[in-house]
Design a protein around this ligand. Structure first.
Ligand code: HEM
Ligand code: HEM
Length: 201
């Protein structure tokens, strides 16, 4: 087994930008003083998610939804393998993680959309309640996600968090992605900044 590139630059930078923006939005949600920071951070969450949806269609091999959004059978087989310690190595996201990713991206979009409606004075108290519920559900999902990542790291004997920084995992040479696609990073950053600016108007 070699160390091969599996996560391109947009996936890695997008991930840590999404995580940072989410935490900032979460921490500033309650405060009037920090409202502008809140809507910028929330807007950045939306921008990263929109870019990620596009990247899930045209990105590198393991970034594509088609490579990690799998049916219930694959998820069940993954959990059985986890309990029986018979998991096979796999370069991309595992089937359980794949659904956590779909949930995180959806919740990011819905939290952002509901927050924007409130900011435009559309909807009433119910929408504020909904916004808070969506944000809390996303936080719960993040906690499940981090527990999943740590469990996966132990089960595979591989530091998956480090892989989200370096892009490298163990694998066969022919399973590597062809390139890290740095040229798509400015597009990601533009998307995040434009959404942050637009949603905060
Ligand atoms: C705080 C909010 C966070 C959000 C919203 C979030 C969201 C996501 C998303 C959407 C992905 C899929 C990446 C992609 O394919 O583009 C992902 C993967 C990943 N995240 Fe997070 N994440 C968060 C925090 C964290 C933290 C704190 C860690 C480290 C402990 C972490 C570690 C990872 C790892 C290692 C993967 C790749 C998992 C794999 O190997 O399949 N995430 N995360
Ligand atoms: C997507 C990430 C986001 C998260 C995690 C998030 C989270 C939160 C949280 C936890 C609160 C506090 C709710 C409460 O205790 O009443 C809040 C309030 C608020 N958020 Fe967000 N938010 C996000 C995005 C946005 C966006 C994009 C906007 C606007 C463009 C926005 C506008 C607001 C407003 C106006 C409030 C105050 C509502 C009230 O008066 O109760 N949020 N948000």
């Amino acid at each position: 087994m070699n160390r091969i590139l599996v996560w391109d630059w947009p996936v890695r930078i997008g991930h840590w930008l999404l995580a940072g923006a989410f935490v900032l939005a979460w921490l500033t949600g309650d405060s009037e003083t920090w409202r502008l920071v809140h809507v910028w951070a929330g807007g950045a969450v939306v921008g990263v998610v929109l870019f990620r949806l596009l990247w899930g269609l045209v990105g590198t091999r393991y970034a594509r939804f088609a490579s990690f959004v799998r049916g219930p059978g694959a998820v069940k087989a993954y959990f059985l393998g986890l309990f029986r310690h018979t998991l096979a190595e796999q370069p991309g996201h595992n089937p359980a993680g794949g659904w956590a990713i779909v949930a995180l991206l959806s919740l990011g979009l819905l939290s952002g959309a509901s927050g924007w409606l409130i900011y435009q004075d559309i909807g009433g108290e119910w929408l504020e309640e909904l916004h808070e519920t969506l944000a809390s559900t996303m936080l719960a999902m993040v906690i499940v996600h981090v527990i999943g990542v740590l469990t996966g790291s132990l089960a595979h004997g591989e530091n998956l968090v480090r892989a989200m920084f370096t892009g490298m995992k163990r694998g066969d040479a022919d399973a590597a992605i062809a390139g890290a696609r740095p040229l798509a990073v400015p597009l990601l950053l533009t998307c995040a900044a434009t959404c942050a600016w637009w949603l905060a108007r």
